[in-house]
Design a protein around this ligand. Structure first.
Ligand SMILES: NC(=O)c1ccc[n+]([C@@H]2O[C@H](COP(=O)([O-])OP(=O)(O)OC[C@H]3O[C@@H](n4cnc5c(N)ncnc54)[C@H](OP(=O)(O)O)[C@@H]3O)[C@@H](O)[C@H]2O)c1
Length: 239
């Protein structure tokens, strides 16, 4: 039975990824900051949960000892656009805080959890980090830059871990509904504009992303590493 860790697995895309691995017969641990959300999600899923802030070095260090001793699949899904929770201003202190918040939430969280678990990753293990179409587009500032940095870091990780038979890839979604990402602030117009960019005329679902993650964790994806898999209905053509 594979041991799978999904950060941010209590809601949205992470929850769907956890559900897909549970359905495949794997043992799954979900993480996140809100204990009650995790507790309820884990009970529904039949998974284990561990609350900690993935962007906090001390919190990750402390939590690492309570994560499984062997990890076959690590899904770095925790993240989001922290600007949606912040007041924007041109004051340099606000600018610095805003950029650091997105880098911490999306880049550092994946780097810290991965580094903490590196000694426990099984031979043939898989690391899958959730990126974003924002890394390739324009207009999403520090969030897009943080997700672009995730791609650059993953390229390095693939080289570092290749000799251990471990793959590292990014799954990069376009618009995905039914998550907490937009904090309830996405308008019908916002959805329509994003859907118009797709080739298949629809928004993504959490399970569209989960199915790609499951594939990257499967034996069939063994020679696939250092890549960015775009799951966006053709809204961005990653050729
Ligand atoms: N929805 C979209 O359209 C979309 C598109 C492209 C990429 N993505 C990416 O997909 C991933 C999942 O997002 P989602 O759409 O499913 O939104 P979501 O429902 O808000 O999920 C994000 C999850 O990450 C957890 N999280 C955030 N920061 C964390 C931290 N510092 N430590 C631990 N857990 C943390 C959250 O739980 P707590 O708040 O309890 O910590 C939450 O469960 C994110 O990386 C996001 O950037 C989403």
């Amino acid at each position: 039975m594979r041991e799978v860790v999904v950060t941010g697995g209590g809601t949205g895309i992470g929850y769907a990824i956890a559900a897909a691995f549970v359905a495949a017969g794997d043992r799954v641990t979900i993480t996140g900051r809100r204990e009650q959300v995790l507790k309820e999600a884990a009970a529904r899923l039949g998974a284990t949960y561990l609350p900690f802030d993935a962007a906090g070095p001390a919190a990750v260090k402390d939590a690492a000892g309570r994560l499984p001793e062997r990890v076959d699949v690590l899904v770095n899904n925790a993240g989001g656009n922290t600007n949606l929770d912040r007041r924007q201003s041109d004051d340099l202190l606000d600018v610095a805080e805003g950029w650091l918040a997105n880098l911490n939430a999306n880049l550092l969280s994946a780097v810290l959890v991965t580094t903490a678990l590196l000694p426990r990753l099984a031979k043939g293990g898989r690391i899958i980090t959730i990126g974003s179409i924002a890394a390739r587009g324009t207009g999403s500032g520090s969030y897009g830059a943080a997700k672009a940095a995730v791609e650059a870091w993953t390229a390095d990780l693939a080289a570092q871990l290749g000799p251990r038979g471990i793959t590292a890839n990014v799954v990069s979604p376009g618009l995905v509904l039914d998550t907490e990402f937009f904090r309830g602030r996405l308008t019908e117009e916002g959805i329509r504009a994003r859907v118009e960019n797709t080739r298949n005329g629809r928004p993504g679902t959490p399970s569209d992303v989960a199915d790609s993650v499951l594939f990257l964790a499967s034996p069939g994806a063994r020679h696939l590493t250092g890549q960015v898999i775009h799951v966006n209905g053709g809204a961005y053509l990653g050729r």
